[in-house]
Design a protein around this ligand. Structure first.
Ligand SMILES: NC(=O)c1ccc[n+]([C@@H]2O[C@H](COP(=O)([O-])OP(=O)(O)OC[C@H]3O[C@@H](n4cnc5c(N)ncnc54)[C@H](OP(=O)(O)O)[C@@H]3O)[C@@H](O)[C@H]2O)c1
Length: 308
């Protein structure tokens, strides 16, 4: 078995070291050194040139080097093979740490206490027990599902909204357009962890905000395209929303003159909520290669018709 590796945006050395460590018996070729194309059975790639994957006659599966697979969907000659998105334990653990941090910060009113501290003003604000703080996840997939479970373990009142029905112990499950209003009405801290698709583009808008209780907080760790930025600013400025923590933006890097910078009720982080490291990412790729070689379908295959 030969694997083709292609990525121009990262140092290949840790990836090649992890592949050599975890698949010592396999050959790895680094693009553009293809050698005999008929040897290549798996491709681990980011932004392959259009037509490259179609030119590999024995290819069995395509692995995206990053969480998203849009860089593959844009290849007009993408062969009809399983495309596997990156789901791996470092990405999941880092996203969960980020989301738990932002939820806890809103829960303990960190922004308000920071302001009071700067003013040297000793004031105790109303306290809320974790089980009286309702956290709601838009998306309970590999990332939202893990963070939701961890917050439920911390005794928060956790629910999630998904496209298809779910049953998860300890988490209130809502789904589809019929379930959205009831889900929003019971949510004090809303976390967006959905893929960006036609159905979810601009979902964080004024109409959705108005269905949240007054003072609700927003955490967006998914994609900038989910949020209508002007609607967020208006809802914060008129006091309907309490605060927002944003990791992703319509334009990245966030422009210097953007009103989110320095806004007293917005926490900005520069798209760092979750990250992969070669060692754990390759663990997940190797496990999937072993499944394919055992005749089983790979896990985490992208369904391009539903958009994720
Ligand atoms: N900020 C960062 O650093 C960073 C890093 C990695 C990823 N991300 C973002 O995180 C997103 C989520 O990743 P993931 O791995 O958790 O994705 P995932 O496993 O595919 O889960 C997606 C979840 O969203 C739900 N969903 C999708 N479309 C929906 C719709 N129209 N209505 C209601 N629910 C819908 C799905 O519902 P079903 O369960 O019914 O399918 C699923 O629960 C990614 O797409 C990416 O944008 C951000």
């Amino acid at each position: 078995m030969t694997l083709l590796f292609k990525c121009d945006h990262t140092d290949p050395e840790p990836w090649l070291a992890a592949l050599a460590d975890q698949m010592p018996e396999r050959e790895v070729r680094v693009f553009p050194e293809l050698g005999a194309r008929e040897d290549i059975e798996f491709a681990l790639v980011y932004e392959p040139p259009p037509g490259l994957l179609a030119s590999l006659p024995k290819l069995k599966a395509i692995f995206s080097l990053w969480a998203g697979a849009d860089h593959l969907a844009s290849d007009p000659e993408l062969p009809p093979l399983p495309v596997v998105r990156m789901v791996e334990r470092c990405m999941t653990a880092s996203m969960t740490a980020h989301v738990v941090h932002q939820v806890l910060a809103f829960h303990v009113q960190a922004l308000d206490y920071r302001t009071l501290e700067v003013e040297r003003h000793w004031q105790q604000l109303d306290l809320t027990a974790p089980w009286d703080r309702r956290v709601g996840f838009l998306g309970l997939g590999s990332l939202g599902g893990d963070a939701a479970e961890k917050l439920a373990a911390l005794r928060f009142d956790v629910a999630g909204w998904t496209r298809t029905p779910k049953e998860i112990a300890g988490i209130g499950c809502y789904h589809g357009s019929g379930g959205l209003s009831a889900f929003l009405a019971r949510t004090d801290i809303l976390v967006c962890l959905m893929p960006l698709t036609e159905a979810t583009q601009g979902i964080l808008n004024r109409q959705l905000f108005d269905q949240l209780p007054r003072g609700a907080c927003i955490i967006n760790c998914a994609r900038g395209g989910h949020l209508v930025e002007t609607d967020l600013l208006a809802a914060l400025d008129d006091g309907h929303l309490g605060a927002a923590a944003l990791d992703v933006f319509a334009e990245e890097p966030l422009p210097d003159d953007h009103p989110f910078w320095g806004h007293p009720r917005i926490v900005v982080t520069p798209h760092i909520a979750a990250f992969s490291v070669a060692e754990t990412a390759i663990e997940s790729v190797v496990a999937n290669i072993r499944r394919v070689e055992a005749g089983e379908p790979p896990l985490n295959v992208v369904d391009f018709t539903r958009g994720y």
